[in-house]
Ligand binder design. Structure first.
Ligand SMILES: Cc1cc2nc3c(=O)[nH]c(=O)nc-3n(C[C@H](O)[C@H](O)[C@H](O)COP(=O)(O)O)c2cc1C
Length: 203
């Protein structure tokens, strides 16, 4: 296990020093067999709960299930085939949804997706502090998930996330995904490509 963990530690070539929790996070697809507990999930939800949101509307809604439960299987069934191919070993799955309108439904909440992103930012950072990897997914059937879990019309299921402890065996993955899992260095655009101290510059 220590050997595997060492093998999948990634290099994050930061341009400036950042908090180790942020630099060490990456989206693993092979998880350790150690189960997550309901308590773990509540800790992650609590971290998300304290995220800021526009007008403190807290438009995020989460549906979660631990492996071996019916809810887990129902979430799994909403994922696209590609994600189902690797997610099977994940000890927990959840869906992230947003309430798309304001309090009385009088207008659209244009910041709801932003707020779900902030929520998830807290969640993945808290998970990292617990040795838990979080792999977020846009690859799911949004409409199916919305129907399956009884969300009303003014909600949108935006993402799914797989959670599990780091340290799974990459050999459980398909060849392509093993290669991805074992890549040693993480990649990002440089700051100069996305941040402008002045006018926007086209790529
Ligand atoms: C909103 C969102 C959707 C994503 N959708 C998928 C997905 O459907 N399947 C998948 O394997 N990875 C998915 N990813 C993972 C990204 O590919 C990954 O975060 C990105 O390559 C950066 O890698 P890192 O998280 O290891 O730094 C998604 C990530 C985010 C934040």
């Amino acid at each position: 296990m220590a050997e595997t963990l060492e093998k999948i530690k990634k290099v994050t070539p930061t341009e400036f020093d950042i908090h180790p929790l942020l630099a060490s996070r990456w989206s693993s697809r092979a998880f350790d067999s150690k189960a997550l507990t309901e308590e773990d999930i509540h800790v992650l939800l609590e971290a998300g709960r304290w995220a800021p949101s526009s007008n403190n509307l807290q438009p995020w809604r989460i549906v979660w299930g631990l492996k071996g439960t019916e809810t887990y299987d129902r979430i799994f069934d909403c994922l696209v085939e590609f994600n189902q191919g690797w997610v099977d070993g994940a000890p927990a799955l959840w869906l992230g949804a947003i309430k798309t309108d304001m309090k009385k439904g009088e207008k659209e909440n244009f910041h709801a997706l932003h707020d779900l992103g902030l929520f998830m930012g807290n969640v993945v950072t808290q998970a990292q502090s617990m040795g838990i990897a979080a792999h977020q997914m846009a690859g799911l059937d949004f409409e199916k998930a919305k129907k399956e879990f009884g969300f009303p019309e003014n909600y949108h299921v935006a993402t799914a996330t797989a959670f599990g402890y780091y340290g799974g065996d990459p050999e459980t993955l398909s060849e392509d995904l093993q290669e991805e899992e074992l890549k040693t260095t993480r990649e990002r655009k440089s700051q100069t490509e996305f941040a402008f101290n002045g006018n926007f510059k086209k790529d």
